[in-house]
Ligand binder design. Sequence first.
Ligand SMILES: NC(=O)c1ccc[n+]([C@@H]2O[C@H](COP(=O)([O-])OP(=O)(O)OC[C@H]3O[C@@H](n4cnc5c(N)ncnc54)[C@H](OP(=O)(O)O)[C@@H]3O)[C@@H](O)[C@H]2O)c1
Length: 234
Amino acid sequence: MTTSDDTKKAPAKDPWELPDVSGLVVGVLGGTGDQGRGLAYRLAKSGQKVIIGSRAAERAQTAAAELGLGVEGADNSECARRSDIVIVAVPWDGHAKTLEALREELAGKLVIDCVNPLGFDKKGAYALTPEEGSAAEQAAALLPESRVTAAFHHLSAVLLADPEIAEIDTDVMVLGEARADTDLVQALAGRIPGMRGVFAGRLRNAHQVESLVANLISVNRRYKAHAGLRVTDV
Ligand SMILES: NC(=O)c1ccc[n+]([C@@H]2O[C@H](COP(=O)([O-])OP(=O)(O)OC[C@H]3O[C@@H](n4cnc5c(N)ncnc54)[C@H](OP(=O)(O)O)[C@@H]3O)[C@@H](O)[C@H]2O)c1
């Protein structure tokens, strides 16, 4: 028998109630580059255990030693294996090859893709359209056993790296298929002072988010800025 109590809906969960990610190890593939190193620095500074990955372990170890903060360096494979959350911060042209080679190591892991497929010509930056729809969807196709999400596309590596800047004043659009995973990524973004992770849809809508970086690059060039984004009314 169904009572009126049974049919009552559970109260909606507060979307800002996010899990504690402080004990999770974060790996950064391509963490020797500007974006990966900047993210590694900010996350380690906020108390997260971070492992920088590289195609060459030695380069990762050098970058990690420069950052301090308990950051370790390893080749991309070891970085993926030892991490709970793996940020993909390699250039678009190395994206597919990097992920294909790490399919096993990344199985079961929460993967955060921040890759922006862009082209540049004399008119500036423009968005490329990957066959799969977006870099994030390419990652999901190549890593069927991983939990692929997308985030951190719009951050300025220059601001991330600047130790004089205490807070990064920006929102981070977070995309993914499973709410539990996007909640974890939002929580991770929220570890960095000034930053807030905002759920922004499923991976089929990652293309617009990745492409928007071409617009931000135009803004930066015109106004000599390091522009970020804020989503209002949430
Ligand atoms: N820079 C930004 O402000 C920014 C902001 C948001 C998102 N992103 C995205 O983040 C990603 C990294 O950007 P970045 O500026 O840090 O790039 P980057 O410095 O050119 O490359 C990052 C690292 O990736 C590795 N790498 C280079 N070519 C590779 C290849 N063919 N295959 C595998 N690994 C390769 C290199 O590390 P090793 O040689 O040590 O392996 C390099 O240090 C890009 O996809 C970009 O769209 C960048």
